[in-house]
Design a protein around this ligand. Structure first.
Ligand SMILES: Cc1ncc(COP(=O)(O)O)c(C=O)c1O
Length: 436
């Protein structure tokens, strides 16, 4: 047995991988290292990471500036209890985030991952209303939303189709249609006006019990890279504000440049009451999240007694290494002119997707996200086709992970034009190969 085979056998013996049917999944590919847009397997093979490792690795793998910042921090202070104590990396990061976020979002609460950022936002919204003298416990979401894998986030995400096994432990949420659109979609205005009419009806009937609407701004990620137009989101935010319902935007996927602006909210010209950030926050180096609130939300938690305070926290809240990584990652946006890189990626996406004439439907691009549906007969997530498609790209030295029949690219921002074209060449080949 080779060293690699021994490791894989140990993996098989002891590890339970996420979103994996262990009985039928192919052997996982052991990865030894990463650099920029590339991963290197233990067998020496190189793989172009076209999905930024589940959308976290925004500047590419093992970026030396972030690695250095973490190393320095690790020699100084790695972690400290964050109640009763505080530390400079967290304070500086909170200040930087508030400077960069849409104006009005001023209070930063740290947690561990995208799901916990959402869970915290939902708890904040519910408790905000209680502290304001109202009992509001219902949440409104768009159909097809995905917000994470903890109970509140799963409840909000039920219609994404991932959580059939857990129905009995989830709570009910309310839903309105999401006007998913794509290039050349003649029905977009009709879909938007129907979605807004449904929202209006809901708000007229149920606004007084609704704590907040929870929204993935501009792109529903795990639900299939479904996009909506910025103007639609703006109209939604206006209606919620008029009806006195809080708006929580979940920028776990869209945050830190994905849609072409630092935050998707900027593109839609909205300022939510609460925003959730994770994934790209630390440049993909460490698990960390923040939920950032408007000052008015925060103020509702102030008082003489603990029962008005937010009863939430995690052992690793505001981990100092994560904060150092996040500060370094934010600095790269300036030093590497990252938003210009993102614009260049978007224009290659547009050119190449525009040239794909057949075999796909609903092509769409926003920022570094390009998505399309392969015109297949079996569209179910987890169908036998998905592993074949993953294998097809692995054989060509590329990592992709389709969502059912939706094939998408979310490359790290450091990807070169030549590397990105290679990815698109492989997509063309895949369309020819799989769609008859
Ligand atoms: C929009 C959105 N929210 C929340 C999450 C959950 O984040 P995490 O996997 O870090 O818990 C995800 C993950 O893909 C996401 O895309």
């Amino acid at each position: 047995m080779s060293d690699i085979e021994r490791l894989i056998a140990l993996d098989r013996a002891h590890i339970w991988h996420p979103y994996t049917q262990q009985a039928t999944a192919p052997m996982p590919v052991p990865i030894a290292s990463g650099r920029g847009a590339w991963l290197r397997g233990m067998d020496g093979r190189a793989y172009l990471d076209l999905i930024a490792s589940w959308w976290v690795s925004i500047h590419g793998h093992a970026h030396p500036v972030i690695a250095q910042a973490i190393a320095e921090q690790a020699h100084t202070l790695e972690q400290v209890i964050f109640t009763g104590l505080t530390h400079e990396p967290a304070i500086r990061l909170a200040e930087r985030l508030v400077q960069r976020l849409p104006k009005g979002l001023t209070r930063v609460f740290f947690s561990d991952d995208g799901s916990t950022a959402v869970e915290v936002a939902m708890k904040m919204a519910c408790h905000y209303w209680r502290n304001s003298g109202q009992e509001r416990g219902r949440f409104l979401v768009f159909e097809g939303a995905y917000h994470g894998d903890t109970v509140g986030a799963m409840s909000a995400s039920r219609s994404s189709g991932f959580f059939e096994g857990y129905g009995r432990m989830l709570f009910e949420v309310d839903r309105v249609p999401f006007p998913a659109t794509w290039e050349g979609d003649a029905a977009v205005e009709e879909k938007e006006s129907q979605a807004l009419a449904a929202l209006d009806r809901y708000l007229e009937a149920g606004a007084s019990g609704c704590a907040a609407m929870l929204v993935e701004p501009l792109i529903q990620g795990a639900g299939g890279m479904r996009m909506c137009r910025p103007g639609f989101l703006h109209a939604v935010a206006e209606r919620l504000s008029r009806a006195g319902v809080l708006l929580i935007v979940d920028e776990v996927m869209t945050g830190f440049g994905r849609c072409g602006t630092l935050f998707a909210c900027e593109k839609a010209g909205i300022v939510p009451d609460l925003i959730c950030l994770s994934k790209g926050l630390t440049g993909g180096f460490l698990p960390m999240a923040v939920t950032v609130a408007r000052e008015g939300i925060y103020e509702a938690f102030l008082g003489e007694t603990f029962d008005r305070a937010l009863a939430h926290g995690h052992s690793f809240t505001a981990n100092a290494l994560g904060c150092a990584a996040a500060l370094a990652s934010l600095s790269l946006f300036e030093s590497e002119n990252t938003l210009a890189r993102i614009a260049a990626i978007e224009s290659i996406h547009r050119e190449r997707l525009g040239a794909l004439q057949r075999g796909i439907v609903a092509p769409r691009v926003m920022g570094v996200v390009a998505a399309m549906e392969l015109a297949l007969s079996d569209r179910a997530y987890g169908s036998a086709f998905t592993p074949r498609l993953i294998r097809f790209f692995l054989d060509r030295g590329m990592i992709v992970r389709p969502l059912g029949s939706v094939l998408y690219l979310i490359p790290p921002y450091c990807i070169t034009a030549e590397e990105l074209h290679r990815g698109w060449d492989a997509i063309e080949e895949a369309v020819d190969h799989f769609v008859h």
